[in-house]
Design a protein around this ligand. Structure first.
Ligand SMILES: Cc1cc2nc3c(=O)[nH]c(=O)nc-3n(C[C@H](O)[C@H](O)[C@H](O)COP(=O)(O)O)c2cc1C
Length: 223
């Protein structure tokens, strides 16, 4: 698999097989991704990996927290700005509509959509989950560097036959997850990532999100 193939064929997988992924496999992926660049070579990232009974216990703990309090944890991070402007608003809307259409869930069926969203908190059935966090003293630059590390993981995973879905949705349960992982107060949870084997028969995994054309985001200054 060359770099172009890896970048272009990586997609977010939202239905996984019940097939285990070993610590060794995840270590192999991390061993590649740790070569991601970071400003000043700070390598600011931290990752917690949950597999096996720990993964199941976390899913159960979060499920119980949702039952006790359906409202999301107060979060320091908002996934999107409070009022999303164009063109980003339409992009987000389109993604949601395309995904729910594949799942056969109409717009009016809020409960079904909510239930489907809650699949995030089961890692969409993946046997393993990664959680990314940063020291609170870091600034915006380090957050960007963490993103490079995460994309490197997603690409390295593909080469090993594994699929991923990055999951900011876990921030809705940041307190519960941070406590479960034993994150110190000095560290902020950013994002989760489901990792495992894609269920190739699941329709949701056929979702191919679109991208803006180059001239919509790139400016070439020549003279
Ligand atoms: C940091 C980050 C967090 C994300 N969080 C979620 C999430 O919580 N749940 C989800 O279903 N998809 C999540 N996604 C997946 C995006 O919706 C997806 O990357 C985007 O629609 C592009 O589609 P693709 O990944 O299939 O190319 C996330 C992606 C990124 C980069």
């Amino acid at each position: 698999m060359n770099v172009t193939e890896a970048i272009k064929s990586r997609i977010s997988i939202r239905a996984f097989l019940d097939r285990p992924v070993s610590e060794e496999q995840i270590r192999e992926v991390l061993d590649i991704a740790r070569w991601a660049p970071s400003g000043g070579n700070l390598q600011p990232w931290r990752v917690h990996v949950v597999t096996g009974p720990a993964r199941d216990r976390l899913v159960e703990t979060v499920q119980n927290a949702i039952t006790d309090n359906p409202l999301a944890d107060e979060s320091e991070l908002s996934i999107y700005p409070p009022s999303l402007q164009e063109p980003w608003r339409t992009r987000r809307y389109t993604l949601g509509e395309e995904m729910y259409a594949l799942l056969g869930i109409p717009r009016e069926d809020k409960l079904a959509r909510l239930k489907r969203f809650a699949e995030n908190f089961r890692f969409f059935g993946a046997p393993a989950g990664l959680f990314f966090s940063l020291d609170r003293r870091f600034d915006k630059g380090q957050w960007a560097h963490l993103g490079m590390f995460m994309q490197s993981i997603a690409l390295a995973a593909m080469e090993k036959g594994l699929a991923t879905c990055m999951q900011e949705s876990w921030t809705a349960r940041a307190k519960t997850v941070s406590a479960f992982l034993g994150l110190p107060d000095t560290e902020q949870l950013y994002c989760g990532m489901a990792i495992g084997y894609a269920d190739e028969t699941a329709k949701v995994n056929t979702l191919r999100s679109s991208r803006a054309e180059i001239d919509e985001f790139a400016v070439f200054i020549k003279e």
